[in-house]
Design a binder for this molecule. Structure first.
Ligand code: IPE
Ligand code: IPE
Ligand code: MG
Length: 241
């Protein structure tokens, strides 16, 4: 039996073991959170960015080695330009902060997705963050202009460029944006929707799923504790017995 809780400073503290190395979050519900308050959707995204920092820090504290977050999908360009621009501005703010603060936290940051349509300035800063943090031991993958279908098509095309004439599962896996980390053990979606919305389609083959009605900006460390406890109550069989 693996010990999940240990005493530290007289409070129960959750520590995860190797069974739960990687959590992937679908950060959903920012717009509804703002609407409930009579505020523009952009306000929800600003609050959501704060929650992102709180939750990723907390995952580090409880021993999660890899966190992947869905920040912007290949389909999110369909939204009004003002909202897309506000999101891009938030990403830029975060990348500047990553350059100054995050890289010092022993976190290797990767931006996963198709960077082609992003601004040159954003691409340059992303490359600086990725290069500067590449030797760190924990992982944070931020999915921007990410689509699972796009990722698989891209992986196949890369394999073809590598000279493959027949594509194996291994060829695809080694060319995914996430080829540097383990598959997600747990996929966690906020705000009530129970779908993947094109997130980690290949990688989620044997992931566990956790859904909560809590809107992303309201998410608290206690909600992570609940999901972790739920995860540890499950038996993963991978098709075996
Ligand atoms: C998630 O919140 C953030 C992004 C998809 C960029 P939403 O903006 O989807 O919020 P809801 O789902 O409309 O409430
Ligand atoms: C998924 O949320 C994308 C992100 C969280 C970035 P959406 O709000 O775009 O998904 P749908 O439209 O409800 O499926
Ligand atoms: Mg949504």
């Amino acid at each position: 039996m693996i010990k999940l809780f240990k005493k530290k400073n007289q409070t129960e503290k959750l520590i995860c073991d190797q069974r739960l190395q990687h959590i992937a979050f679908i950060m959903d519900g920012n717009g509804r959170w703002a609407k409930k308050r009579g505020m523009p959707r952009e306000y929800g995204h600003t609050q959501g960015a704060k929650t992102f920092k709180l939750i990723t820090d907390y995952c580090g504290e409880i021993g999660i080695n890899t966190v992947t977050v869905y920040a912007f999908s290949t389909e999110n360009w369909k939204r009004p330009a003002a909202e897309v621009n506000a999101l891009m501005d938030l990403f830029m703010d975060y990348i500047y902060e990553a350059l100054e603060v995050m890289m010092k936290k022993d976190v290797c940051i990767r931006f996963i997705g198709d960077k082609t349509p992003l601004s040159d300035n954003m691409k340059k800063l992303m490359a600086d963050v990725e290069e500067g943090s590449k030797n760190n031991t924990r992982h944070l993958n931020i999915a921007i202009n990410y689509g699972g279908q796009d990722e698989i098509v891209n992986a196949v095309n890369l394999a073809l460029k590598q000279g493959k004439t027949e594509i194996s599962a291994q060829d695809i896996e080694s060319n995914l944006y996430t080829n540097h980390v383990a598959m997600p053990d747990l996929i966690f979606r906020t705000a009530g929707e129970q779908r993947l919305s094109n997130f980690l389609l290949w990688q989620s083959a044997y992931s566990e799923f956790y859904f909560t009605d809590v809107l992303w900006p309201d998410l608290k460390p206690e909600d992570i504790d609940k999901a972790v406890a739920d995860f540890y109550s499950r038996q993963r069989r991978y098709g075996g017995l």
